[in-house]
Design a protein around this ligand. Structure first.
Ligand code: NAD
Length: 273
């Protein structure tokens, strides 16, 4: 069965990459709807032509509900306010939803959880398979070294990114905090300035770089007296995120109602090989 995929944020950096990833996917998947914000100057544009190719017949529109019967799953990489609105539409039309958008407030994240009681829902701060392996390596390192090491997370992204620290950096922090029995909201330190005093061993520090066209770098440092372990992931193209999200979308169709993340997708794939 061909999985019919809709994209919200279709003209954005990730939206365009998703359209390319769907076109090049080995899975039987097809882009059948492309949604942008109502004010977008690209409404009416053909997605194929937008990507520099032939007309595809998929024209950018702004009303997800109007095309809900043309898709089996929605992939959303937009902004939190949009994601919440699209999630309500997915819930109303029983559409599985993949969310890559980051930067939700606690209230917005909580509101999103209600959708997971209605449709299959997969959310990840990072869909790149290598980052999901990084989470596992960081968890193992935290268990082995965490109580004797200072933990710092450094991330770098392009100048257009609107949230900080990145969702991936926060996920890394959550993974290691959980492995060490710490509450991230109590131990996170977001940047330092001035007379800060000596470092508290239990804190987990976050540092953010925003510059140029950096796609996404994350390093987690475990530093103790005399040695330092660093685990680094560098994304050199958004294609890694897009392919992961398309993989998640194809997997999600047919899953039971509930909340999943990219680790569930990859674990299921591993157990099937
Ligand atoms: P972008 O600004 O290039 O694209 C966002 C798009 O969403 C824009 O085209 C915008 O017009 C559109 N949009 C805004 N409101 C909308 C609405 N109401 N309906 C439909 N479309 C709407 O941003 P980007 O670089 O593509 O990133 C998008 C999000 O994805 C960010 O939150 C980013 O952090 C996140 N991201 C996640 C991953 C991951 O793997 N999870 C990877 C990369 C980026």
């Amino acid at each position: 069965m061909t999985v019919r995929i809709g994209i919200t944020g279709a003209a954005g950096r990730m939206g365009r990459m998703l359209a390319e990833a769907i076109a090049g996917s080995d899975a039987p998947a097809k882009l059948t709807a492309a949604i942008e914000r109502p004010e977008s100057t690209l409404l009416g544009a053909d997605m194929g032509e937008l990507l520099g190719g032939e007309a595809s017949g998929v024209v950018i529109s702004s009303d997800l509900a109007a095309v809900a019967d043309q898709i089996d799953v929605l992939i959303d990489f937009t902004v939190p306010e949009s994601t919440l609105a699209q999630a309500a539409t997915c819930a109303a039309h029983s559409l599985p939803m993949v969310v890559g958008t980051t930067g939700f407030s606690d209230e917005q994240a909580q509101a999103l959880v209600t959708v997971t009681a209605v449709v299959p829902f997969c959310q990840a701060s990072n869909f790149a398979p290598g980052v999901n392996l990084t989470f596992k390596l960081a968890e193992a390192a935290a268990k082995a070294l965490g109580n004797s090491a200072d933990i710092e997370i450094v991330e770098a992204h392009h100048r257009h990114k609107i949230d900080a620290p990145s969702g991936t950096a926060l996920s890394l922090g959550e993974v290691v905090a959980k492995a060490l029995g710490r509450d991230l909201s109590q131990v996170a330190v977001f940047g330092r300035e001035g007379r800060t005093g000596a470092r508290d061993r239990d804190t987990i520090g976050f540092s953010t770089i925003r510059a140029g066209d950096i796609v996404g770098d994350h390093t987690i440092i475990f530093a103790s007296e005399g040695e330092r372990l660093e685990i680094t992931h560098r994304a050199s193209s958004r294609m890694a995120f897009a392919q992961g999200a398309v993989q998640a979308a194809c997997w999600l169709v047919g899953q039971s109602v509930g909340r999943y993340d990219m680790q569930d997708v990859l674990a299921d794939q591993e157990s099937n090989t």
